[in-house]
Design a protein around this ligand. Structure first.
Ligand code: ARG
Length: 577
């Protein structure tokens, strides 16, 4: 049980004993300031309101009923009715001993494993993967790692865009080249350019446009030759993505690709089932679903278009089939959509129609975890200086090159190979961490200097903190603390650090339920800072045993927690930096 759960359950019991309604939450969390103790409960105010009592009156009853014998040194009421808990150092030392003796640092595997489908990365294969997909890939991959670490059954869905009229144009273009016996591998190396040229041809050459439309029809009709060219194109585009995944250390594999086209055969059934459910209406020739909840200010409902008058299905139709597949076939308890915030309305509509048509039972939670746009330093969406799409591989090359220059300046004596290795870990780590450390819902400013800085809430700072702790062991020529080492807490800095280490488990659990990786980043940053303060005030190597052993245990616990935490975010560490 995490420390938070333990205190929470005791506080809940006390609230009940004091007569609070059973649904009143204790609202317990780490104290926001040291003078408030170690944890604080803010639930009394809400409960008192429901009960028609004065908050302080209820707080007194709760404190009287609160059983923290042996655990807390002090329980105080502050302000209108906050309950501040200060833990006993000896008890905390014993608790954190247990955490550090655990390989998983106190993060238990869940007693109630869920099936969680995570829809992430999902580039559109007609074009080169861009920075928007980079965000989804990085955030999604961190969530996947955390959920798996907690013991959930995670199904990755790379819902790539591989269908639609643009593919008719692209494969007509490809087929034309190949028909002329030209080698297209060079053209396909730059998908963005390939797309641009075929689009230009499509717009300027009526003959080609007609052929392209024919290809769409043939593709939809399952023409083997067309399908073959299409598959080659899709395969090529996927290998581009995989190069990016490999460089980023992202866990997505080919078998996780569950493309839009996988739902093609099911689309007529989706339409039929919506019809049976009485949800479909004709509107200007198209089949639509009108739901009250999508009324605008004028009282007009924004319809969800399911099938156009020419028979074509839409992005939403595929998404409805996907929801149904995930809920019914895969029996998902949760489906997480790590998708750009600009698709918020689209996903709200899909979820609402899916509920109305009973495609997903109420027990299946459909969650859009949105993220904002990546902005350049000029405050506009991130692009190349020429205004083009930034090539992700080039972006990652630049990250490593910049990191290499920094490492070489700082550590000119290290062998080049080691500097390259550090640059890779720090460079890639910086790009990922910069994305993960901010609240994902806001737009974020892509700034090389900031993300590569050795101070502040950055990957290099945490990686450096890790390497620094490891260097203590190297310098003292020490083995890790022995199994007989016990944590002793005497100094305030020791207590603060021990408490921080105890927070790791509850932080990881929080991220798994709320899907905000920045909570874990903030935790790791604060852990590293807390460690620095401890290290400044409490001598380690100069102390005598058993204090020295205890402090070494805190050092080692900090290093392990940083490494494990960064690992859960998909970020590596090095032993020396
Ligand atoms: N392929 C889409 C795009 O590039 C994102 C897909 C998001 N997932 C979904 N189930 N709609 O914008």
């Amino acid at each position: 049980m995490t420390l938070r759960h333990l205190l929470e359950s005791r506080l809940t019991q006390a609230l009940q004993k004091a007569g609070a309604p059973s649904e009143a939450p204790p609202m317990l969390g780490p104290a926001t300031r040291p003078e408030f103790g170690d944890y604080q409960g803010n639930g009394v105010m809400g409960a008192a309101k429901k009960m028609g009592l004065k908050p302080r009156e209820l707080a007194e009853k709760v404190v009287a009923a609160l059983d923290l014998e042996g655990i807390a040194e002090k329980v105080e009421i502050a302000g209108p009715g906050f309950i501040n808990i200060t833990l006993k150092s000896a008890w905390l030392a014993g608790y954190v001993n247990g955490v550090l003796a655990d390989e998983r640092l106190g993060v238990a595997t869940t007693a109630a494993p869920q099936t969680v489908v995570v829809d992430y990365s999902h580039p559109n294969l007609a074009k080169e993967m861009h920075v928007g997909h980079l965000r989804s890939t990085i955030i999604g991959d961190a969530l996947v790692r955390i959920l798996e670490f907690l013991g959930h059954r995670v199904i990755r869905h790379n819902h790539v865009g591989d269908w639609g009229t643009q593919f008719g144009m692209l494969i007509a273009h490809l087929d034309h080249f190949e028909g002329q016996g030209q080698d297209v591998s060079g053209e396909l190396a730059d998908l963005e350019e390939f797309y641009r040229v075929s689009k230009q041809r499509f717009d300027e050459d009526a003959g080609f446009a007609r052929i392209a439309r024919e290809y769409v029809v043939r593709l939809q009709g399952g023409d083997p030759n067309c399908l073959e060219v299409w598959q080659r194109f899709v395969g090529e585009s996927l290998s581009h993505c995989e190069q990016v995944y490999a460089r980023l250390g992202v866990t997505l594999k080919r078998e996780d690709v569950r493309p839009e086209s996988a739902y093609n055969d099911d689309l007529p059934c989706v339409v039929e089932d919506l019809r049976k459910a009485g949800l479909l209406r004709q509107s200007q020739g198209a089949l639509c679903v009108f739901l009250e909840e999508f009324k605008d200010k004028e009282g007009e409902i924004t319809p969800v278009i399911i099938q156009k008058s020419d028979g074509a299905y839409l992005y939403a139709t595929t998404d409805l089939a996907a929801v149904r597949y995930r809920a019914r076939q895969l029996k998902a308890d949760r489906v997480l959509y790590v998708v750009d915030a600009r698709q918020d309305l689209h996903l709200r509509q899909v979820f609402a129609v899916a509920r109305a048509a009973d495609f997903a039972p109420a027990s299946c939670s459909l969650e859009h975890h949105a993220f904002g746009t990546m902005m350049g330093r000029d405050g506009k969406p991130f692009r190349t200086r020429q205004g083009g799409t930034v090539k992700l591989l080039e972006l990652l090359d630049e990250a490593e090159a910049r990191a290499f220059a920094l490492v070489s300046e700082k550590n000119p004596d290290l062998a080049e190979e080691e500097r390259r290795q550090i640059a890779r870990v720090a460079g890639i780590g910086s790009v990922k961490y910069a994305d993960l450390s901010l609240n994902r819902t806001t737009d974020y400013l892509f700034d090389w200097d900031k993300m590569l800085a050795l101070d502040g809430n950055t990957a290099p700072y945490l990686q450096y903190s890790y390497a620094r702790v490891q260097s203590i062991f190297r310098r003292g020529d020490l083995e890790a603390p022995g199994a007989q080492a016990r944590l002793l807490i005497a100094e305030p800095a020791e207590k603060t650090l021990a408490l921080k280490l105890a927070h790791f488990a509850e932080t990881v659990e929080g991220v798994a339920s709320e899907c905000y990786p920045n909570m874990l980043c903030a935790y790791l940053y604060s852990l590293a800072e807390t460690f620095m303060r401890f290290y400044e005030t409490c001598p380690v190597l100069k102390a005598e045993d058993p204090v020295r052993q205890s402090r070494l245990l805190l050092c080692q616990g900090t290093a392990r927690t940083i490494r494990t935490g960064l690992g859960l975010l998909g970020i590596e560490t090095v032993e020396r930096m």
